[in-house]
Unconditional design. Sequence first.
Length: 274
Amino acid sequence: MKQRSPRGAVTALLVSASLALAGLGVIASAVPRAASATGTGRAALLPDVVLRPMTEIRIQKSKGVKLLRFASIIGNSGAGVVELKPDSPTRSAANDCDGDGDPLNDRQAFQRIFGDSDGDGVFTRGVDTVLTKRFAGCSLFHVEHDHWHFEEFARYRLVKPKSGRVVASSEKVSFCVRDSLRFDPTLPGSPFPQYYGSCTQDSITGLSIGWADYYGSNLPGQELDVRGLPDGRYCLRTEADPADRIDESDEGNNGRSTLVRIRGRRVRDLGRAC
Ligand SMILES: [Ca+2]
Ligand SMILES: [Ca+2]
Ligand SMILES: [Ca+2]
Ligand SMILES: [Ca+2]
């Protein structure tokens, strides 16, 4: 069992990040967790997965299909990196992550958590080199995107604002997780240029500190099926790491919501958390 020890600087950073996110529609409930000790004896530099505001909210309608499309931006505000390393390819049945009988079309993915070797409270590549790894989930080849994805990295739901009844959902959205947008260069340890970039079967993927991955509204998966849904107000909710596959410093700030009004082929973001 891991032990957790408080680190003032890291905690202050995370509290300040949480405050900055308040008022931007972030669903934040939990107190940030302090960095924890690893089996290496060094304090663990955990990432903090966060969602940026949803953008590009629009309706796409064609051939009887009506989709609510939107862009998502998932970032890392932590003192450490999100780093995912796929296992080596083997024909072992244990590596058949998705259970379809083929061990070669998927890989087990492990989260790598770096220890704070120099004790400065933040991850520096090449300095903080000692790491532990833990099983995080599956990495699979996605034909639609023509590259490898980490499974179940986000969840999208449209709900009735008052009752909370789910009227449309996409429960297991997967991505190649990489640095595509530097959303906060002021965060300590934020590198330039980006570090995580490619999405082959052997790539180490992830999110650097202060970097996010942008998933545009045109991408497969960035939609909810709203055909047959009456016009009206709905709450669009997104959640990063919904199955808690990534160990991070704050598990309570991974959701975001915005109230939208749908009228026929139009949708308006009313700009209010719900
Ligand atoms: Ca988080
Ligand atoms: Ca498989
Ligand atoms: Ca360090
Ligand atoms: Ca998590």
